[in-house]
Ligand binder design. Structure first.
Ligand code: SAH
Length: 394
């Protein structure tokens, strides 16, 4: 068994069960582990720290599978982890009976680099670490066994793959090729998921609970949904009785999908205005036109994938929040989000506070938002908390 020995004093984060070993913390690698191979991780004093997967190309040289010396990393290990994760989701989501959920959420389910989503009768996996790639076939067979669903599609094409030296891989892993559109329901609303070309694994499951929150506050309101993608927030606001929803996305395909979703859910098209365009430009245009809204959603793409992009991202977040706040009627609400791993919650809140000051609006935070309940965060792994949001009232 190959071994990673850490520099003196660098064992502390692992002892707190933070699952990543950075290259700078390593004193030496013993043996010649292949990409993704299981390695033993030891402190400078020789103490056992964990079993991890070796990622030779990455700054994160190893990710821990387990902290217990007596555990074997084999197919059964993956079967147990997936079984446990799926059982948790059954408890969590039983009430909503939603057929669209995240079954495995990486580190938070003890499976770094492994994301498994369910869309109706289809499973979509995203494997983003060398270790996850090593166990691909076992993960696929385990998930069909645990869920009883035969079709598994792989969507390993996230940007982070490049950091691991892995090429994108999008292909059927088990069962048949998925259809172009998989029909799902979220809180009784119908959506279509494109497992090949949709963002992430096809749909933003992480915003499910926040879309329900918006729905509950939408009655009679004029809503602006910025960065609407396929209309998740738009349709939720219409379902909540919004008087009118204006939605913006720069992707024509996303706007077309949002239009289909508005229709499929039976809403009158007069209540929905769908605009293909740039949010930065349209917010300014609305300001010039003196347009006002009661509820505004800002759910932009990841402006800062890592902390290195935080400064540039901060300017972009401030810009859209400032202009959005200027468009709110007194008493109106802003649902504002950041899904940038490189922007921690406190910084995001500071950016929004700065935007409010510059907009000349006194803002109260009504609620802090995060990802849906099937996207847990490990307390000792703050990097896992990528999605943060605020409901602000002007
Ligand atoms: N709220 C959505 C997810 C948003 S994803 C949901 O719940 O499903 C972010 C979206 O922002 C993408 O659809 C992308 O096309 C769009 N986008 C990126 N930059 C943009 C810009 N400058 N103006 C408008 N839309 C943009």
């Amino acid at each position: 068994m190959s071994k990673i020995v850490l520099k003196a004093g660098r064992e502390k984060s692992l002892q707190r069960h933070h699952p990543w070993v950075f290259s700078g913390a390593i004193e030496r690698v013993e043996g010649h582990p292949a990409s993704g191979e299981t390695v033993e991780i030891r402190s400078a004093q020789g103490g056992f720290l964990g079993w991890g997967a070796y990622s030779p190309e990455s700054q994160i040289s190893a990710r821990v599978w387990d902290w217990r010396e007596g555990v074997r990393i084999d197919r059964e290990f993956f079967a147990n982890r997936v079984r446990r994760a799926v059982a948790h989701r059954e408890e969590l989501l039983a009430a909503g009976a939603t057929p669209a959920a995240r079954l495995v959420h990486g580190e938070a389910d003890g499976l770094p680099g492994v994301v498994i989503d369910r869309f109706a009768d289809w499973i979509v996996v995203q494997l983003t670490s060398a270790g996850a790639w090593r166990w691909r076939d076992d993960i696929a067979s385990v998930v069909t066994e645990v869920t009883g669903l035969p079709h598994v599609f792989e969507r390993s094409d996230a940007d982070v793959l490049a950091l691991e030296g892995l090429a994108p891989r999008v292909a059927a892993l088990a069962g048949s090729e998925p259809p172009k559109a998989i029909g799902i329901e979220e809180h009784g609303l119908k959506f279509e998921v494109d497992p090949r070309h949709g963002h992430k694994t096809g749909f933003y499951l992480d915003q499910r609970d926040n879309r329900a929150r918006l729905r509950a506050l939408s009655h009679g309101r004029e809503v602006l949904d910025c960065f609407c993608y396929t209309g998740g927030f738009t349709v939720s606001a219409l379902a909540g009785g919004a008087a009118k929803v204006t939605s913006i996305d720069s992707s024509g395909d996303a706007i077309a999908a949002a239009r289909r979703h508005v229709r499929q859910n039976g809403f009158q098209e007069e209540r929905s205005e769908l605009l293909e365009g740039d949010v930065f430009a349209l917010l300014r245009k609305f300001r010039d036109q003196a347009r006002k809204f009661d509820l505004i959603v800002l759910d932009p793409p990841k402006f800062a994938p890592t902390a290195a992009h935080a400064e540039k991202a901060a300017r972009a977040y401030k810009d859209i929040n400032l202009w959005a706040l200027k468009l709110l009627r007194p008493g109106g609400m802003l649902f504002t989000f950041s899904c940038s791993g490189g922007v921690p919650r406190e910084l995001f809140q500071k950016i929004v506070a700065g935007a409010a000051t510059d907009a000349g609006v006194d803002v109260r935070v009504l609620q802090h938002l995060g990802a849906s309940i099937d996207h847990p965060v490990v307390l000792n792994f703050p990097e896992g908390e990528y999605l943060k949001g605020l409901i602000c009232q002007a």
